[in-house]
Design a protein around this ligand. Structure first.
Ligand code: URA
Length: 238
């Protein structure tokens, strides 16, 4: 059993003082009853609502965001908007960070978590968790590009691991990588004289961006979806 203010503070982005303010202001309920005492004792399984929204009682949070253009993949930035600003208060929590980077102008599937070990597992190149992207370029996509990607494009920081390029249209393709270097896809197409005009991440491991998640929106990843990400990891490291 923990004090209500303490448990709210540990599961949200609120400080202890702010949590007390919400409680005394009548904005917190436990199992359906409004509780105005910060000292009220709650257990792990009690349902706590903050401003009518349920706060997660889980040890770690895993959030999927459909990243819109114009946001940087960072926890803080002096000048630019960060992906963390898109996380609503009821899903917000201390220690959240984006698991992997997408460029400011890249859109699509982004995972935000407070679990460092999980993030490491999906990002470490030797774990081979694949990431797929829908790409549009300014030139026709060619068989030469496809072969080049499969053989390993040579960039200034070394040869890339083989990547899959599926031609989906004259200037569009789906590219699947098992590593994530800085501006990797843009630089890979750059080797063929092409410029990426649109980049959208479709999936991480076996987990695809949910179709009903509009740009700028996020939600908690379900345990089943989390398994999809993890399953791919074990299948591919075998
Ligand atoms: N490759 C890029 O060039 N940019 C991204 O955001 C992701 C992969």
């Amino acid at each position: 059993m923990e004090r209500l203010d303490k448990i709210i503070s540990s599961r949200t982005a609120l400080s202890r003082k702010e949590a007390k303010g919400f409680i005394s202001g009548g904005k917190v309920s436990v199992n359906g009853a409004v509780i105005k005492s910060s000292e009220y004792k709650v257990s792990e399984n009690d349902e706590i609502l903050l401003d009518g929204k349920k706060i997660s009682g889980k040890e770690h949070l895993y959030i999927v965001l459909n990243k819109p253009e114009g946001y940087v993949s960072a926890t803080e930035d002096q000048e630019q908007k960060t992906v963390l600003e898109l996380v609503p208060p009821e899903l917000s929590r201390k220690g959240l960070f984006p698991a992997g980077r997408l460029d400011k102008d890249t859109t699509g599937l982004m995972i935000i978590t407070d679990d460092g070990e999980f993030a490491h597992d999906i990002l470490a190149p030797r774990k081979h968790v694949s990431k797929s992207y829908a790409v549009t370029i300014d030139l026709p996509v060619t068989e030469e590009m496809k072969r080049g990607f499969e053989n390993g494009v040579e960039l200034i920081d070394g040869v890339c691991k083989p990547a899959l390029l599926e031609i989906t249209g004259e200037r569009t393709a789906t590219v699947t990588l098992s590593e994530g270097r800085y501006h990797q896809i843009k630089r890979m197409f750059g080797c063929f004289g092409a410029k990426v005009t649109k980049l959208h991440r479709l999936s991480v491991g076996g987990f695809h961006l949910p179709e009903d998640l509009s740009p700028g929106k996020c939600r908690e990843i379900t345990p089943g979806e989390l398994e999809l990400i993890k399953q791919t990891k074990t299948a591919e490291t075998r």
